[in-house]
Each structure stands twice: as structure tokens, then as C-alpha cells.
Ligand binder design. Structure first.
Ligand code: COA
Length: 162
């Protein structure tokens, strides 16, 4: 269980001037080959697909939805600033991303992660990435780690809630 829950944290869409601090949240993981890179332009073009966590006027967490089809999207680029981790902020961001996916009409939400527990606690179920050729063609095929991938695929089905 989380020892404490961050209460003075707001989740909302990012403003254009917040894109650079947002990208800084996971630049170390991108450099280490642990997360896919995102460009300023690719975030600016799709701000409606991003959520940030804000505390004291600073961007301290982020998450995005990436579209594969009308029915399927992926929760991607989930990150929380190191000094705010362990307070349930990533869980709040994923729950809000699921709500956003529901609002945008998606039926299934995929994620690939090295932190599967975070997602199974929120109702995601273990799956296999080969069930998602849209993902494999777009991101896995060109990935340098494709033959030694240590990420786990999980799926959340929004339909089941109706
Ligand atoms: C992974 C990350 C987003 C978690 O953020 P967080 O706000 O600390 O996460 P939460 O407090 O909501 O954690 C919820 C649960 O997720 C799990 N969890 C959190 N971080 C984890 C990690 N790095 N590895 C495995 N499980 C993790 C824990 O089981 C936790 O459950 P608990 O409350 O029973 O301990 C954060 O560590 C981070 O930004 N890491 C670098 C970026 C990254 O790796 N992103 C990819 C994530 S898919």
C-alpha cells in the first residue's frame, strides 16, 4: 500500500508551454532505452491525448493515449518525477487516462510495461503483444530491443464496464 497519497496534485490537460517540462520527466528513461522517445511537435499536435499531474505550478507527472484504431489505444509515456513517486500519482494518472479513453470512444486500452503490478491493481489483465499487430508493426518491429523485450502487455477492456 502507498504510505501516503498526494492530495495537492491536480490532473489536467497540459498547456503548450508545459510540453518541455513534461518531456523532461522521462528523458533519462528515453536515453537509457527504457521508454519510447516523444518529440515536442508530437505532443503539441495532440495535447488532447495527454494528461499531466501538477503540484505547486510544476509538472510532476504525465501520461498519454496513443491511437491504434477507433477501438484500441495505448497508455504510454507514464512518468512521475522521482521526488513524487510512491504516492499513488501514477495510479491516478492511469485511472484518468482510462476515463479519457472512455470519453474518446475507445473500447480497449493496451499498455506495455515493466511495472505490471501498477496496472493489474487498476484492473488491467495480462495479455500478449502479438495479439496487437497494430502495436507490433508500428513500434516493436523497428525497436532495437525487439529480440530481448522485457515489457509485459496488459489490456483494460472498457466494454466490460457497460
Ligand atoms: C513507474 C512510475 C510511473 C510509478 O509512479 P508512482 O507514482 O510512484 O506509482 P504509484 O505510487 O501510483 O504506484 C502504484 C503501484 O505501482 C507499483 N509500482 C510503482 N512503481 C513501480 C515500478 N517502478 N516497478 C514496478 N512496480 C511499480 C507498485 O506496486 C505500487 O503499488 P503499491 O502501492 O502497492 O506499492 C514511476 O516510478 C516512474 O515515473 N518511473 C520512470 C518512468 C517509467 O518507468 N515509466 C514507465 C511506467 S509503465
Amino acid at each position: 500500500m502507498n504510505a501516503q497519497v498526494a492530495v495537492n496534485v491536480t490532473l489536467r490537460r497540459p498547456h503548450p508551454h508545459e510540453v518541455e517540462p513534461l518531456l523532461a520527466l522521462f528523458e533519462a528513461e528515453v536515453r537509457a532505452g527504457l521508454m519510447l522517445p516523444r518529440t515536442v511537435e508530437s505532443v503539441l499536435c495532440c495535447l488532447e491525448s495527454w494528461l499531466i499531474a501538477e503540484a505547486g505550478g510544476e509538472v510532476i507527472g504525465c501520461v498519454s493515449l496513443v491511437r491504434y484504431s477507433d477501438a484500441l489505444c495505448e497508455v504510454r509515456s507514464l512518468a512521475v518525477r522521482p521526488d513524487f513517486r510512491g504516492q499513488g500519482i501514477a495510479s491516478r494518472l492511469v485511472r484518468a487516462a482510462l476515463e479519457l479513453a472512455r470519453e474518446q470512444g475507445y473500447r480497449r486500452v493496451l499498455t506495455l510495461t515493466r511495472a505490471p503490478r501498477l496496472f493489474t491493481k487498476l484492473g488491467f489483465r495480462l495479455d500478449v503483444v502479438t495479439n496487437f499487430p497494430e502495436k507490433v508493426w508500428k513500434d516493436c518491429a523497428p525497436c532495437p530491443f525487439k529480440d530481448a523485450c522485457d515489457e509485459v502487455a496488459l489490456l483494460y477492456t472498457l466494454e466490460e464496464e457497460r
